[in-house]
Design a protein around this ligand. Sequence first.
Ligand SMILES: [Zn+2]
Ligand SMILES: [Zn+2]
Length: 285
Amino acid sequence: MSWSNYHSHCTFCDGRSTMEDFIKFALAKNVRKYGFSSHAPLPFNTFWNMKLDDLDDYKNEFYRLKNKYSSQIDLYLGLEADYIHDFIDIKNQLYNLDDFDYLIASVHYMDRLPNGNFWTVDGNFTDFEGGLRTLFDGDIKLAVLRYFQITMAMIQKGGFDMVGHLDKIAMNGSKCKEFDKTASWYKQIVGETLEQIKKHNLILEINTKSVNTLGITFPDVQFYSLVHELKIPIVVNSDCHYPSSITEGFQLVYKNLQQTGFKTLSQLIKGNWTDFEFDENGIKF
Ligand SMILES: [Zn+2]
Ligand SMILES: [Zn+2]
């Protein structure tokens, strides 16, 4: 039994340690399949995306380590790419995608603010609240509906393997008193998005980044049964930025998934996503 993780960051983007440190920690924590998914370069500067000029170094360092650790761990080269509606698709002209083993697609940015910057749903709450007021007159329901509309547009355009942190807007959204994640309109829009994921044969990650800090996964645990019902293939990812977080929340989430009825997790084997059985102690490779 061992773990896998395909969503991770390192010092090539906003992760706090080197690629090699993450590999050493992965080995120590019994992770036997590990993918790097730095925030892909964008045509503007941000605090967390990799710079386009660093992309070759990212690949070269990855291949050096893949070779060095080949007898101990399966390593994969990925990216977490931003979908910014009407601005940049997952497949774009900035870089060549041929060298990557897989792509995670995520919505971090929504519409433009008056200053020309895109409003981010994944930053601090002060910025979130400011954008919410400016773009949606403070109406969190409108903002959330817009977020899932954008997510569905991303799914329909495709060009990637896996949807990252599906309901990330709930993280800041939940701090708004008008937002109720059990409201029927909310369950409906998330349900419609899950149906699109199924229709387009995509993998959904169960993102454990906020299990220890906020007690939530993305998507929220309330949606596990629908994901199972729709037979959407899933992986469990920690979205780690620190080596100590590589398997954060895995035991609890694997157990919850098992109790929901899931029997398998999707795993990358020789270029194909294949189902493997699991239990609360890991994957049965
Ligand atoms: Zn992300
Ligand atoms: Zn991430």
